[in-house]
Design a protein around this ligand. Structure first.
Ligand code: HEC
Length: 181
């Protein structure tokens, strides 16, 4: 008679343990607690390119300059010039060159994405810490520095989706996939 391996013994003990605790019918496993509508609302903040769901609030580039200097400049440089983190301004006309500079101004096709991204991810060390007014204002400032909007044009749920970014038409669909060389 062959000796059962240690693995087989361990497996049968595990199975026996499962069998002795049958799932309670009609009762969900007790993993965590149900999320409250308030908790869900705090994380359910995606804004698509159309701008649907943008919150109330408003801000101009003038107001945004202050937010930027206090909360962004240390990483993104004076007026978005970059260093140590990404440049946020400039690069227009460089995308097809050998040294493309992809910034919010030269590359991003929708201004609504700027609001969405900054609100959820920036400042890097304190995401979700800005008020909606501050996010609108600092977005306005970056759009202004990129020459996309005027300094006094308030950005809000109505105006932001109207902004036409320079590279709006620079993306093409690759579906169905074409042959690439
Ligand atoms: C502590 C450093 C730090 C601070 C402060 C900071 N950022 Fe950033 N930011 C980064 C880094 C690093 C990245 C790149 C993140 C990545 O690629 O995942 C980034 C990326 C970005 C991008 C995307 C750039 C691109 O073209 O991909 C934007 C826009 C941006 N930050 C805006 C802001 C704004 C606005 C503030 C102030 C409210 C801010 N950041 C504060 C470090 C910082």
């Amino acid at each position: 008679m062959s000796t059962p391996s240690r693995f087989a013994i361990a497996a049968s003990i595990a199975l026996a343990a499962c069998a002795s605790q049958p799932a309670v019918k009609g009762k969900a496993p007790a993993f965590g607690a149900p999320a409250s509508p308030e908790e869900i609302a705090r994380y359910d903040i995606s804004v698509p390119r159309s701008g649907a769901g943008l919150p109330k609030g408003s801000g101009t580039a003038r107001e945004g300059a202050r937010v930027y200097e206090q909360k962004c400049q240390a990483c993104h440089g004076a007026k978005g010039a970059g260093k140590p983190a990404d440049a946020l301004v400039g690069g227009l006309g460089t995308l097809a060159s050998k040294t493309p500079l992809r910034t919010v101004g030269s590359y991003w096709p929708y201004a609504t994405t700027l609001f969405d991204y900054v609100r959820r991810a920036m400042p890097l060390t304190a995401p979700l810490s800005l008020s909606d007014d501050e996010v609108y204002a600092v977005s306005a400032y970056l759009l202004y520095l990129n020459g996309v909007i005027a300094e006094d044009l308030a950005m809000n749920a109505q105006s932001l989706p109207q902004v036409k970014m320079p590279n709006r038409d620079g993306f093409v669909s690759d579906w169905p996939p074409r042959a690439h060389n």
